[in-house]
Design a protein around this ligand. Sequence first.
Ligand SMILES: [Zn+2]
Length: 338
Amino acid sequence: MSKPKHFVGLDIGGSTIKAVIINSSAEQVGPIVEVRSHVKEGYEATFLQLETALDALTNHAGISRGDIGGIGLDVPAPSSGGVIWGKANLGDDWVGTDICGKLHERLGIPVNMTNDCNAAAVGEYSIRGNHDGALLLVAPGTGLGGGFVLPGGTLYEGANGLALEVGHVSVPFMEEDGSLPACTCGLKGCLEAWVSLVALRRRLEIELRKPAWESHMLNCPDSNIEEKAFQLRTLAEKGDALACQLFKQQGYILGYGIADVVRTLDPGLVVIGGGLAEAKFRDQYMEWIREGFTERAWSVYRHSPIEPEKITTRFEWAEGGDAAASIGMAYTARNLFS
Ligand SMILES: [Zn+2]
């Protein structure tokens, strides 16, 4: 009888690679390994780093590469069919290259690839061992990403890898002058143009021009808007009125947008990821999300149609932290290649 296989999850970020190995029973073996990603130097440079991470994992697990049944890989860029089609912060040669095929050829191990938010969604699904419905992950960060996992743990990416690009659905909100904010994708009025770090900077700039915030501590000429926006989270944790107002608007619009995604997919469980999952004011932020959701949701999916007092759509914070994507990809590899 052949030895049971192990499965590897590799999460390629802008600066680091996080790698994890699980056994055929989906139990993590050894610690998460972290190495530099070198993504700007081209995919060959990153492949070398992936091999370093792989060697560390197999050493910890006391196995050889031949015992690895498959690899799940995630990248910080849109991809479909193992090929990246949007550059993000990667080096030029990543785009249009069959990354999955090249890595398979190099390692002799089958590889599956997706984007980082999809990977984090599967990670959140896999660490909730008792959840058997579908799961929607929405993760506000520099942008706004999403992922959707079907009951049973299979990721749903759509025909072109476009499924759950929740950041670019439109929401009916306008600036006070009636304009629609521009999104990084080239469109206007996207959810991401309201709920992201980029949006927070724009909103902060607009608010600081108002007389009401003339004497606010952030209204100082000696730091730029990036530095000021960076302080907002700490200020919100202390109850600062401006910071709370900005996050309240963001949370409310996020909840509003989620209601439309729930209307389409009805996942049962919505997980909020991104950096705010670690924030001290996250309970308050979740209330703001619920406010927006409740405003937009129909009562039939805000509450159970059978038991009207029972809330049917649950909201939870992400639990997997930085490791969620790598764990999700190891889990995906096990699903696909065992
Ligand atoms: Zn957009």
